[in-house]
Design a protein around this ligand. Sequence first.
Ligand code: C2O
Length: 354
Amino acid sequence: TPTPAPDLKTCGRATISDGPPVCYTCCPPPMPTNFDTIPYYKLPPMTKLRIRSPAHAVDEEYIAKYNLATSRMKVLDKTEPLNPLGFKQQANIHCAYCNGGYLIGCKVLQVHNSWLFFPFHRWYLYFYERILGSLIDDPTFALPYWNWDHPKGMRLPPMFDCERTPLYDERRNPQVRNRTVLDLGSFGDKVETNELQLMNNNLTLMYRQMVTNAPCPLLFFGAPYVLGNNVDTPGTIENIPHIPVHIWTGTVRGSTLPNGNTSYGEDMGNFYSAALDPVFYCHHGNVDRMWNEWKAIEPTKRKDLSVPDWLNSEFFFYDENKKPYRVKVGDCLDTKKMGYDYAPMPTPWRNFKP
Ligand code: C2O
């Protein structure tokens, strides 16, 4: 059976992953309508595609726009804490869907480590992008993508490394600053190597995760999510490099947070807090782009799953007009139909067959 959209009435306290059982509340604001009458989302007609660009290559004008939109979102946290369009409320969506905020029947809903991963995050970014655009009255505003599969993008994109701007997050691991090259395969250990070697390793790893290890859909998307089955089999890209990029960017584990607690990898390094770092959405832009790139490698074999259990799984989100909607996995398979696309970048890893 497909996973139904969670009912807000079941939302309760979430638990922080990996740490001691600390509770955290991240339920969305109350709904204006009865849950059972939430309509299905219809993709709105569109006139011009939103084009998502590589984050390392955007111009000053774009950076200013993106900062402005993000700052308006952050202002809502203070002026209207229950506005679902606020930055914290948006970040809480991730927490609620990942840290046990929702129950389906009596099982905890989890959108990671299974085939729900790609479609959940695609819809999540879809609405986040529309909200940013509407806050600055720009219906073609598009998120940037962190192009970590290309040597030019294997660093924190500079626009996120500017102190006292809305895109900056002071809780990040300081190692991400000053143009350090990231290791796409590392779960925390550091290997002594030079930048060139690291970039080569990253490209080889991308080839492995995109080509060698993901010849068929279930390996790329992850195992079927059957409620209560505690599936824990992420797809190739979800596992690596998606998780290493989170760990690399999050707070140093074991360090002391300003409130005196021990860090469990805040912000990017833990599910409950990941989306409190604006770079989360940029990272996931590239994860989402890999879905398109994977299909492009071999369109006859590398296809979306066609099973109804996946296609009919649902989530719920607030749109940019604060209206709640149910969305279906089957409606997010084609980004152009959804109104956006990725500015092309070469994919040099395709030539890195080991
Ligand atoms: Cu929902 Cu990158 O994790």
